[in-house]
Design a protein around this ligand. Sequence first.
Ligand code: UN1
Length: 500
Amino acid sequence: MNANDCLKSMGLDPKNFEKGDLTVTSPIDGAVIGKVRQDTAATLDKKIAVAAKAFEQWKVTPAPVRGELVRLLGEQLRTHKDALGRLVTLENGKLLQEGLGEVQEMIDICDFAVGLSRQLYGLTIASERPGHAMRENWHPLGVVGVISAFNFPVAVWAWNAALALVCGDPVIWKPSDKTPITAIATQHLFESAAKKFGQAPQGLSQLAICGREIASAMVEDPRVKLISATGSTAMGRIVGPAVARRFGSTILELGGNNAIIVAPSADLNLALGGILFGAVGTCGQRCTSTRRLLVHKDIYDKFIPRLKKAYASIMIGNPLEDGVLVGPLIDEGAFNDMEAALKAAKAEGGKITGGGRTLQNEYPGGYYVQPAIVEMSEQTAIVHDETFAPILYVMKYKSFDQALAMQNAVPQGLSSAIFTNDVREAERFTSAAGSDCGIANVNIGTSGAEIGGAFGGEKETGGGREAGSDSWKAYMRRSTSTVNYSSDLPLAQGIKFDLD
Ligand code: UN1
């Protein structure tokens, strides 16, 4: 199945991808997949108005009815998992397994959201006044703007949209301009679900395909109550303050600089698997990718040669082919960033194994690289940066306290992991005195989180939480109601305010 076959099997006409002003190429070989039409400031403005109107109808549709639409969306995704997963691989370059996994994440969050549509619970609260009842109500918030990155071109939308829709909010989605075709396909599947559902207001889910300048209008528009943005910390520094200025709310899911600690008691086979999937999986282009490895000095000399050997045997190549574990980087810019980071690491004393471009004869238009291991004596300046490429900085530690301090000594705070069989280390790592990240794992790697947990991180990662647990609350507004069912009017705090 090529891209056109994928589109056709989902019910889209490939002819609609022939004339647009944005050309989309595949990272696999640089071939053009299609051309898509971009929004202008005027079309985006209209979409926001349509979404605001849709909100009026959607917010009073009962939540379990809203859930039925999301159930139908999940059904569409199940039916078209193969085609959409393959299209993700073609447009983004991740392995077919990972493309399918991404669509599975969409299905999973739809299932989660359907259940949630009957569980948008508020608290009842004990009132200090006699004959009074107090409770919290969760109400729909309004239009939600979703800004997503190329690396999870469809799943991130689903984490947001499935929750927003059951919470009563219309969604406008600005996908990465590197991956708009999978977004158009996803929107089409949503529209098929909405048609079956039959009661969705027009414009409940819309796409905004545009560059930064036009998207900034959505970020600044007070009709868009929540902006959920996934991308770099640099992007978050622009989006966060712009939304805050108008007192809108944000969910920011920004850069990570995720470390794995390998303790002396670790099961090294488990550690090896977790490190490989985390560091070279998705060609190091997950925000949860493993970027730092902290290995205890007593096992360093035994473990690092094993790791290097495993790296040397990894098959790099076309992500559609069986056996391949590392596909291409997204584009030349990503390759240049990797080269620059390796150059800086070398200048800062790093000892590099791997790195550099490969397969340029077979794929002159694709940027394939050898994943790199960089041994550093300490966490120098470059180790504090997130480079979206398969570079793993490896450092030695002497004591658990030192490992924890190193783990926490970077500006980002998304994911972290420890491989240990020492229960005291494991518990300390996940305790308040342990990892300062939004995700703290034991005996699994830093990447590949399930949707059931709240996903996101601290510090420069932005503090937002998406997907499971109670992340849904960010898509709703809370009102506290006190109802007096007595014949008196007692005041709180015992205040007397009588006329006589
Ligand atoms: C991302 O890279 O933006 O935990 C999200 C993971 C995936 C999500 C990554 N479930 O690796």
